[in-house]
Design a binder for this molecule. Sequence first.
Ligand code: URP
Ligand code: ZN
Ligand code: ZN
Length: 479
Amino acid sequence: MTVLIQGGTVVNADRSFRADVLCADGVITAVGAGLEAAKGATVIDAGGQFVMPGGIDPHTHMQLPFMGTVASEDFETGTAAGLAGGTTMIIDFVIPNPQQNLMEAYRQWRGWAEKSVADYSFHVAITWWDDTVHTDMETLVKKHGVNSFKHFMAYKNAIMCDDETLVNSFTRARELGAIVTVHAENGDLVFRLQKEIFEKGISGPEGHPLSRPPEVEGEAANRAIRIAEVLNVPLYVVHNSCRQSLEAITRARNEGQRVFGEVLIAHLLIDDSVYRNEDFEFAAAYVMSPPFRSKEHQDAVWRGLQSGNLQTTASDHCCFCADQKAAGKDDFRLIPNGTAGIENRLEVLWHHGVSTGKLTMNEFVRVTSTNAAQIFNIYPRKGSISAGADADIVVWDPEASKTISTKTDHQNIDFNIFEGMTVKGCASHTISQGKVVYADGKLDVERGAGRYIDRPVFAPYYEALNIKARRGEPVAVKR
Ligand code: URP
Ligand code: ZN
Ligand code: ZN
């Protein structure tokens, strides 16, 4: 299939310029002025629109078995919803049960993901430790294109990783040239605070943020950062929601440590007042971890994104419907943690970030696509409008507007946390692997069309970096 996107302005992370974009056989074949398409090609008139790399959502949980239930969005519906919002690739998580063999869990998730309609990849969580985990990490890196390992520092008595496991896994990742990622909350503290709050008689969703204050997140972020510093492994901290974790990341980056930070679109825009709503269904729909915070913390994470100390935006798309959230009707500790957002990430960030002047269009591309591609080592195949890159593209209409609603979105969940928000600037077309999969509000996707994307390790890059740094030489290294 050949697609010609004509008359638009290409927006990459580094610059914007007027150009046509030609796609054939799944890749971008040319970017330039006055391109012509062969007979039969699909031509998209992008006059007045922006042509940007498709979004990469580096943090989703499709059909995740979690807290006694399974997330309602599966890989097919979830990747389709992403395409409707301009996101053309996800990085989801393989999360083995403690004691579950890593390779078995990996194969399980690969099987579930086969029905994806857009490209995907996996971070693999380390939830326990023994010699088989040590060996399987190598197999995953060397044979299966996994270059990132995730660690949950929260969810005690479930998937939480203790410090010993963190140290073992960070050490192994360093040997293999992989990056480590953490969900930073002190799980022991959360467990204790949850108990105290519940015993005081607070059983509703308002207990959720009380049991997970910012200090709990800041402590864990700082601990992970310092462990990574000692073990000399690059670290990516997911869903930073507060000033404390941002400060820990900023401090480490100022000291020259390779630490990256992600912020969820919802943490930028939703505050903790949602938990005080008296309607259980409403408040429970917002229960996710870390919880939504006060304005002070929202301002902090916006500043983190603007300054470049937080490099990526994600959705942490993890859908539970009202009947699933009802499991915690009498005890907030049992409300499945998770909210949706894959479809709205780009439009919400454009409206509140680019249109307000907080971010330039190029910064928008960086934090929705290019930085994730670079950090997780799939750039420039992904995250770039350039000849040779995958033809994963979003054509963006800055004049289009819509009001977000669960009635019209494509997400498989009965609640949209951005319900009623009117945004200006939306995807008019999404191109995935060179095919137009979303146009004029309609999806045209194929079950199973999504491909598993291998992500090579960083070893040569980091080795060179470390050797040069030790010698005191400049550390600019070609990848
Ligand atoms: O509450 C959340 N974020 N649920 C998904 C699992 C996680 O912690 O990322
Ligand atoms: Zn998390
Ligand atoms: Zn998550």
